[in-house]
Design a protein around this ligand. Structure first.
Ligand code: AMP
Length: 428
């Protein structure tokens, strides 16, 4: 299947070729034809699957085809994409710009935490496609800078994250302002009852596309667990980064305070790092993210909310410094690496209090994650049997079984090759 087979117009095909996309991802293959037919869509997919292009491309094509010489005077906002975080909004805007570069369509992105001046002047200049976070959108609507009366295409992105972040009232206010005649797209990585209920308020008769998270995790990302005491996590992190020297590493911390502590620790070990989280200003976050994307900063520490959807091509390693207490979050996190066609590595630190989380994660992804125990900071003897194979049923670590690495001589040898053989075992 090629993009041409999906019936895309030349200006878009050229833009995709320039982006280096050779073939559609599964969500694109399934969603684009549905959307080009004008149908509503419920997409159950996480970032990393190519879902942005899956909705952006057909929206561009539909607007482009419908826009003819009658389009005189000021542009009207025809498509609205609402997404929970500023980082995601910026990325979606960049995607629209890339895919529509050979058309005359314009998009702009609005989000809170910065002055509104440049956003309102872009709006005054006229845009066809608006990407927004909910708070700033409602604010600029109230001030009269935006009307939704001409919206033909509405996308609610990362709906589960929207609800987690408490945006439900904002979304309800928005829905009341949207024209009832519209095409609606609803994306969520998970589909609990609250999300299904919200989707019913937004979608008319719709088609559903589900891209299983397992596809993104099990097939593309090499995963590994390090059992380690909480107090040793900073040293293990510095050790891993020194030893493996990845070009880009995204480290997840459960808390903002924890993220700052990790940065300080790494800097004391001679590793340059920066943190992004809700207590940092928008400028600080954009600067850190920009440097990370350009490759000038190789280690970025992030909380889940700040990192949601971060799109860094070729992200080499994700480290779960803290394991998430919600298993789906693990899937979102490791989806930051191994995007679209690339492969990646996801390493998780697990202390004794986090073992229950690990169990939930392994159940969700239906995979036993290989354990690396040949490292300088193994958890104390009650957690890690000193001799492989001894102490059989003795309540050792979950999931260690046949994937355990026998090479525990204390010599620090090449972790990469070790991980590769582990990951082959994993599927057996
Ligand atoms: P998304 O799930 O939208 O965040 O996309 C994940 C990453 O995949 C982004 O870096 C996209 O630029 C990239 N991508 C999307 N579609 C394709 C494709 N068909 N071929 C190669 N890369 C793609």
């Amino acid at each position: 299947m090629t993009f041409k087979d999906l019936g895309l117009i030349e200006p878009i095909l050229d833009a995709l070729e320039q982006k280096g996309y050779t073939q559609p991802t599964p969500i694109q293959e399934q969603a684009i034809p549905i959307l080009l037919k004008g149908k509503d869509l419920l997409g159950c997919a996480q970032t990393g699957t190519g879902k942005t292009a899956a909705f952006a491309i057909p929206i561009i094509q539909l607007i482009q085809k419908g826009t003819t010489s009658e389009e005189k005077g000021r542009r009207k906002i025809k498509a609205l994409v609402v997404t929970p975080t500023r980082e995601l909004a910026i990325q979606i805007g960049e995607n629209f710009t890339a895919y529509s570069k050979n058309t005359r369509l314009r998009n702009t992105v609005i989000f809170g935490g910065v002055k509104q001046g440049s956003q309102t002047s872009a709006l005054r200049g006229g845009v066809d496609i608006l990407v927004a976070t909910p708070g700033r959108l409602l604010d600029l609507m109230q001030q009269g800078f935006i009307t939704l009366k001409d919206i033909e295409y509405f996308v609610l992105d990362e709906a589960d994250q929207m609800l987690d972040m408490g945006f439900i009232h904002d979304i309800k206010k928005l829905l009341a302002k949207l024209p009832s005649q519209r095409q609606s797209l609803f994306f969520s990585a998970t589909m609990p009852e609250s999300i299904v209920e919200l989707s019913r308020k937004i979608l008319g008769s719709y088609e559903k596309v589900t891209i299983q998270p397992e596809q993104a995790t099990a097939e593309r990302v090499e995963q590994a667990i390090y059992f380690v005491a909480k107090k040793d996590k900073p040293d293990l992190l510095a050790h891993l980064i020194h030893e493996q020297n990845p070009e880009s590493t995204l480290v997840f911390s459960r808390t903002k305070h924890g993220a700052d502590k990790i940065v300080r620790k790494l800097e004391r070990s001679g590793i340059k790092a920066a943190a992004i989280h809700g207590n940092k200003s928008q400028n600080q976050r954009q600067k850190a993210l920009g440097n990370f994307k350009k490759g000038e900063l190789s280690v970025l520490i992030a909380t889940d909310i700040a990192a949601r959807g971060i799109d860094v091509s070729q992200l080499e390693m994700v480290i779960n410094y803290d394991l998430p207490n919600v298993a789906e979050t693990y899937v979102h996190r490791i989806g930051r690496t191994g995007r679209a066609s690339a492969s990646g590595v996801a390493v998780s630190f697990c202390d004794i209090d986090e073992k229950a989380y690990l169990k939930d994660i392994q159940k969700l992804i239906n995979t036993v994650i290989p354990v690396i125990d040949d490292h300088p900071f193994p958890d104390d003897g009650t957690q890690i049997p000193t001799k492989p194979g001894k102490g059989g049923g003795g309540g050792g670590n979950r999931g260690r079984g046949n994937e355990r690495n026998q090479n525990s001589s204390g010599k620090r040898n090449n972790n990469n090759s070790r991980r590769r053989s582990d990951s082959r075992d994993r599927r057996s």
